[in-house]
Design a protein around this ligand. Structure first.
Ligand SMILES: [Fe+2]
Length: 293
């Protein structure tokens, strides 16, 4: 299959045109796409017509899919597909996760083995808003002062899924039952320590691996030292040079690398305007830090 890969942004995004993800890829196409993904950790694959089963099958070519733990919001045709949507049924229940990803994060960094790749398929875009913003964490790391790089080498961020444990975020009032969900999670889910600098297992590059959404403190530091350090790093991550804002086209399938990116949903839309995305995630491995030789 002849397809092209064209850069969209110096922050690591490219668009892929001419690929049909509804059918199994030939080995050489898969290898070419995989290399493009290492070169550009945000790939916007244009013009896809994908059923939930086809999207899941495409994802499995990159590795096993993560089981979704939010069963009311998985797709009935394939339980590995998670529905993100602001649509509310007449009985008041939500069709999908309403406030998904509203603060900068790397997907499932609160788990011991966070997902490697996220694939998001635009089923329905709102008439305005709904962009996804990415921050290239290779670049965020590489542009840190050398003294900061030395300071954070070998340190760990403590990550947790519950928004109620994190003063830097708020629970969306738009999602039914969200506060109860996060309060319950705070009681049962353990905290996870992740390296603040993550070595990418395939490219060997170092990336900053923290986020305002999931990183609640620095494991090795008391809060009077650790919280200002996190604030400083989160401020650095806002530098426009590392950002790519994806404006979704209909039928976009975007895949991104959670090992070297953070991202957030920017919102900016509301009912009766409906946004609906189908999400799959590919299993990953345990993050590690290997000092440069
Ligand atoms: Fe996310």
């Amino acid at each position: 299959m002849a397809f092209t890969v064209t850069p969209l942004s110096p922050a690591g995004a490219a668009e892929v045109v001419g690929l049909d993800c509804s059918r199994p890829l030939a080995a050489d196409d898969l290898a070419k796409l995989h290399q493009a993904f290492l070169d550009y950790p945000i790939l916007a694959i244009r013009d896809q017509d994908l059923t939930p089963q086809q999207q899941a099958a495409f994802g499995r070519q990159f590795g096993p899919l993560e089981a979704q733990d939010r069963s009311p919001y998985t797709h009935p045709d394939d339980r590995d597909i998670l529905i993100l949507s602001n649509e509310i049924r007449p009985d008041g229940t939500a069709v999908g996760i309403v406030d998904a990803g509203d603060f900068l994060h790397s997907d499932s960094s609160h788990l011991p083995e966070p997902c490697r790749i996220t694939m998001l398929y635009a089923v329905r875009n709102p008439s305005r808003g709904g962009d996804t913003e990415f921050c290239n964490m290779y670049q965020a790391y590489e542009t840190l002062p050398e003294a900061t790089k030395r300071r954070i080498a070998g340190l760990h961020g403590v990550h947790h899924v519950s928004k109620t444990k994190n003063p830097r975020v708020v629970v969306s009032p738009d999602r039914p039952g969200a506060k109860d969900y996060y309060e319950a999670r705070a009681k049962v889910v353990p905290e996870i320590a992740q390296p603040m600098v993550r070595t990418h297992p395939e490219t060997g590059r170092q990336a900053l691996y923290i986020s305002p959404r999931f990183t609640i403190r620095v494991a090795e530091l008391a809060d009077d030292e650790g919280q200002p350090l996190l604030d400083e790093l989160f401020k650095h991550m806002k530098d426009k040079r590392f950002q790519y804002r994806h404006k979704w086209r209909d039928k976009d399938l975007v895949m991104w690398d959670n090992r070297c990116l953070t991202h957030r949903a920017t919102g900016g839309y509301g009912l009766p305007d409906i946004r609906r995305m189908h999400r799959t995630t590919i299993c990953g491995d345990k993050p590690f830090y290997r000092p440069a030789a």
